[in-house]
Design a protein. Structure first.
Length: 76
């Protein structure tokens, strides 16, 4: 499984701040970037993915956790 450290904590912090839209996405990237290396060239994709996962988490925290999981498949 591949993952980023501190994602759920970032979700909780952004929820507590009441941020929405691009402000929420920027804050998620900032928080997660504190403990994970995020290449500058991939920041836009990470921000979008974090925000989508955050929206899923808000809608249903248990389903949101499942949506954050990603199993790496072996290469052929």
């Amino acid at each position: 499984m591949i993952g980023l450290a501190g994602v759920e904590q970032a979700f909780l912090e952004v929820m507590k701040l009441g941020l929405k839209g691009d402000q929420a996405a920027e804050k998620l990237l900032e928080i997660v970037g504190r403990t994970n290396f995020i290449p500058e060239s991939a920041e836009r994709e990470y921000k979008w993915a974090l925000y989508l996962a955050y929206r899923n988490y808000i809608a249903d925290p248990s389903a949101g956790k499942k949506a954050m999981e990603y199993e790496q498949k072996p290469a052929c």
